[in-house]
Design a binder for this molecule. Structure first.
Ligand SMILES: [Zn+2]
Ligand SMILES: [Zn+2]
Length: 256
């Protein structure tokens, strides 16, 4: 299994996953050119990517989609509501419709599941084969039992830690935007994420990527500190944590 967050944050998200030889992207909110370039950096080729899975239609998740579909003939995996809100017409043969049912691609079982966010039909994903699994969950305003259930056994978790509550409230955003971000249809704070990780930690949780960090309402070190503190308060051992970045890729998690 390989996992690399090519970019993450409020202005563009894209995650590369390889599992049982299946190579895919989750979201494509940065340019196709940058995706191709960053994949090359980690020794991967866009021509081997089987498709892009979309979590929802916000531009920080779909900006690169038109070019990826047109230039590289990638397939798009999304639900109908997300598809209908894209700024392009997707040729029918390039679209695979996601529902809430799991489905198999090669040796991998893909499980899309609903999350709370202010989009048409936002979802998150787990991908698993017979021995390992990865969950990718960003853009959720609140943690539901469904989310907890789906993430219980993952080995690698990409989870959003969007904002620090104090920084958001004292920051420059207009009040209605602050409220939207902090609402149950917005994003997770560092504290929300820490509490979720504390619930999910188990011996096989090997790696956690902290994703979708706001450049205005959060700070890399504060984010990591908050998570460390809350896990320590709960007497939960800290799993290895990797940060993700808006302007550069994360480390490449590689387990052979
Ligand atoms: Zn969003
Ligand atoms: Zn987003």
């Amino acid at each position: 299994m390989k996992v690399c967050v090519l970019a993450s944050g409020s202005s563009g998200n894209c995650t590369f996953i390889e599992l049982s030889g299946m190579k895919i992207l989750v979201d494509a909110g940065i340019s196709a050119k940058r995706i191709v370039h960053t994949l090359n950096e980690i020794g991967e080729d866009i021509d081997e990517i089987e498709g892009v899975f979309l979590s929802h239609e916000h531009s920080d998740h779909v900006k690169g989609v038109p070019n990826l579909l047109e230039k590289y003939q990638l397939r798009l995996f999304s639900n109908r509501e997300t598809l209908q809100r894209l700024p392009i017409q997707v040729p029918f043969h390039q679209w695979y419709e996601l529902t809430s049912d799991p489905f198999q691609m090669g040796d991998v079982i893909v499980q899309p599941f609903s999350v709370n966010h202010d989009a048409a039909n936002p979802i998150a994903f787990t991908f698993q084969n017979h021995q390992e699994s990865v969950g990718v969950v960003t853009d959720i305003g609140s943690v539901t039992n469904l989310v907890r259930e789906q993430l219980t056994h993952v080995n690698v978790l990409v989870i959003e830690a969007n904002y620090d509550y104090q920084m958001l409230m004292n920051g420059p955003y207009p009040w209605d935007l602050k409220q939207r971000i902090a609402s149950r249809l917005g994003h997770l704070s560092n504290e929300d994420t820490a509490k979720l990780i504390a619930e999910l930690v188990h011996p096989s949780l090997e790696y956690v990527f902290l994703a979708h960090r706001s450049e205005n309402n959060n700070d890399e070190f504060l984010c990591k500190d908050t998570i460390q503190q809350i896990l320590a308060q709960n007497n939960v051992p800290l799993p290895p944590i990797a940060m993700t970045y808006q302007r550069k890729r994360s480390i490449l998690f590689h387990r052979s």
